[in-house]
Write a protein that binds this ligand. Structure first.
Ligand code: 5RP
Length: 292
């Protein structure tokens, strides 16, 4: 039974301090639930409002691609420098310690590889998402491909329904049909379709006119890095995206295929969070690389 003696009258009501009505620090998400915001607050740095997500989900489509042969050796040492780990359940379970406190954005659509029809995918179960204690779920939304557009949008919408029920944000991973220009018009459209369907984060590719993609997508936009570039060019890509209003990166190959991945992820973080220019980021990369 609760103690009934020594019950003290409250006197710290802060009568001079009105309750805060401040909005949430990430765009477009002020009207979402507490749990969803709390999870997003683990992913996005609260000072910079940005994130460096480390993407290593590529294997579910393409097998052990360069840099991902051994997640325990290649990815685990990078985890401490990332704001969020983005991967598939099997790799996370097998290779990342459960004591790792970094938030996980789990890839939740699966079903096809690069060898067959892409994106003909189904969703991982809700129970599994809870067991993996994820902070976000990711699924592809592909526009412009007759065979997969409707399926990926239906998948995506179903995933957002699950996410809203559980308070788990969903990240839309945009794709455009293979015959479509990879430009601001189509990536902008795919990004907007993700947001229209309830995405809390949109991941897309940097293109010319990216500021319009960001402006028309009312939730945080992060960029994928794409194919491996020389380190300075990858840092320039990050800078340009941030300057256009991106809320960070979800980067894979340009980190784990770098000649010095631990140095590269810290250089990327310098550009994303600390306002470094690409040249300053490259200097940081070289300094860290030289230190080993
Ligand atoms: C593929 C993905 C990848 O995670 C994405 O492409 C990011 O990796 P990279 O920076 O290597 O492009 O979602 O569907």
């Amino acid at each position: 039974m609760a103690d009934t003696d020594d019950i003290r009258e409250g006197n710290r009501f802060g009568l001079d301090t009105p309750a805060s009505t401040e909005g949430f620090y990430l765009k477009g998400l002020n009207n979402t639930d507490w749990g969803l915001k709390n999870r997003l607050s683990r992913i996005f740095n609260q000072k910079s409002g940005r994130t460096v997500m480390l993407a290593f989900d590529h294997g579910f489509l393409m097998g052990p691609t360069s840099g991902l042969e051994r997640i325990d050796i290649n990815i685990d040492p990078l985890a401490e420098y990332a704001d969020c780990l983005m991967g598939c359940r099997g790799m996370i379970r097998a290779n990342i310690s459960p004591t790792c406190s970094k938030p996980v954005c789990m890839r939740t659509d699966t079903g096809t590889t690069i060898l067959t029809q892409m994106n003909d995918n189904v969703l991982v179960s809700e129970d599994e998402v809870i067991r993996m204690n994820v902070s976000a779920m990711a699924a592809m939304l592909s526009v412009g491909e007759k065979e997969t557009e409707a399926l990926t949008i239906a998948n995506f919408s179903a995933l957002v329904d699950r996410g809203m029920k559980l308070g788990i944000p969903v990240m839309g991973v945009t794709a455009v049909g293979k015959d479509m220009a990879r430009d601001a018009r189509y990536f902008g459209m795919a990004s907007r379709v993700c947001a229209e369907n309830g995405a809390s984060i949109v991941k897309t590719y940097y293109t010319e006119g990216f500021e319009k993609v960001v402006a028309a997508t009312p939730v945080p936009v992060v960029i994928a890095g794409g194919k491996k570039l020389p380190e300075l060019e990858a840092l320039e890509l990050c800078r340009k995206a941030i300057d256009c209003g991106a809320a960070g990166v979800d980067m894979g190959r340009n980190v784990f295929q770098s000649e010095a991945p631990v140095a590269m992820i810290q250089a990327v973080a310098g550009v994303v969070h600390d306002g470094l220019s690409p040249e300053e980021g490259f200097q940081k990369f070289n300094d860290l690389k030289a230190q080993g």
